[in-house]
Write a protein that binds this ligand. Structure first.
Ligand code: CU
Length: 114
């Protein structure tokens, strides 16, 4: 009985941390922010659902210089963002781990599609 209660509490805890943490779950919009922090790209969320549109908004207040040349090679996406044109929208169809990098590979991060 105690184990069951702990499991239920655990599930709620995990779901709750998913909402506020690094995972986009069903029902959330798949709008995520790419910024530059600690000498690398940082994503506000790193997991999205396949088959649903994803919008990455690049924070141009922290992403500067060549880091504004954002590419997702596995999806054939490459965009030089600027203020006012700083969004990348796509719909991933295949689950997997996708690399987001600047065109020179100086900054990289991963987006997991489930
Ligand atoms: Cu670079």
């Amino acid at each position: 009985m105690g184990i069951i209660i702990l499991s239920v509490v655990g599930i709620f805890f995990l779901r709750d941390s998913s909402v506020t943490g690094n995972t986009v779950i069903d029902g959330d919009s798949q709008d995520i922010t790419l910024s530059y922090s600690s000498w690398n790209y940082a994503l506000s969320d790193n997991t999205v659902n396949a088959g649903e549109p994803v919008t990455i908004t690049v924070d141009t207040s922290t992403v500067k210089g060549c880091y504004k040349s954002v590419s997702i090679p596995q999806l054939g996406i490459s965009k030089y963002v600027r203020e006012g044109d700083n969004q990348i929208t796509f719909t991933p169809t295949k689950p997997g781990v996708y690399t987001i990098r600047c065109s020179m590979g100086m900054a990289t991060t991963k987006l997991t599609v489930v």
